[in-house]
Design a protein around this ligand. Structure first.
Ligand SMILES: [Zn+2]
Length: 239
């Protein structure tokens, strides 16, 4: 992990980043960029999987399908909390992998895992910790790494969304099938018990189509930003 990464997507559990931005990760990978997902937890236990290794194998298969790398940290699933230990762990990864762009999961999911919102708090703090000076002794001597571009992916389902000043979409029409294939790699989550989670693929398809319809393409993923970008938008609109 010595070479810098172009983009890191941080995921509370293996599968969240794929749901939110798997198509975009596949697209960027195809363009030749170095991309990784960093899972904060291994996502286990879950109701229908008894062996954590199964989920790890599924997540590696999904990463392979998307053409990206993957690092899975050992923070506790279901008990994930924004604390110093978690922040330091992710900030160490940022200092080591030196990403130009980081993307985190956005918003609260009141009917799903509370880990999701905690992951956003950890993510935001870790971006800050990554750049702090005079902390090399806490980071195995690793120098500060400043990340200028911070965005959030969106998973839509039963989500409380905070107002975000900036939104944009990425056209993933050509990569939607790859995204779907990556998600179906999670047999223990999305295939093993259709009675538990039958509409997952339909929901992801619907979400992609909805955001696509807003911008005039077949499928899109939406992102939010806390970064102010200098962008000649008028030129893009007017040609
Ligand atoms: Zn999750």
């Amino acid at each position: 992990m010595n070479k810098s990464y172009d983009l890191i997507a941080v995921s509370p559990h293996p599968d969240d980043a794929e749901i939110g931005c798997g198509g975009t990760l596949a697209l960027l990978s195809e363009m030749g960029y170095r991309i990784a997902i960093v899972d904060l937890t291994n996502g286990e236990p879950t109701p229908f999987n008894d062996n954590p290794q199964v989920r790890i194998d599924e997540s590696l298969k999904a990463a392979n399908i998307l053409g990206i790398e993957r690092v899975t940290l050992d923070l506790p699933n279901r008990e994930l909390l924004d604390n110093i230990e978690a922040r330091m762990k992710l900030a160490k990864v940022f200092r080591k992998m030196r990403p130009k762009i980081v993307i985190g999961m956005q918003g609260m999911t009141p009917k799903a895992s509370p880990d999701h919102y905690q992951s956003q708090l950890i993510f935001d703090a870790s971006v800050f910790y990554s750049r702090l000076s005079k902390w090399e002794h806490l980071f195995d001597g690793m120098k500060p790494w400043r990340i200028h571009h911070i965005f959030y992916y969106y998973t839509a389902r039963e989500l409380f969304t905070q107002a975000q000043p900036m939104q944009f979409t990425i056209n993933i029409s050509k990569h939607f099938e790859t995204k779907k294939k990556a998600l179906l790699a999670y047999e223990s989550q999305f295939r093993a018990h259709p009675s538990y989670n039958p509409p997952i693929i339909e929901w992801i398809e619907g979400m992609g189509r909805y955001f696509g319809s807003l911008v005039g393409c077949a499928y899109a993923e939406i992102f939010y930003g806390s970064t102010i970008l200098e962008l000649n938008l008028f030129k893009q609109i007017l040609g």
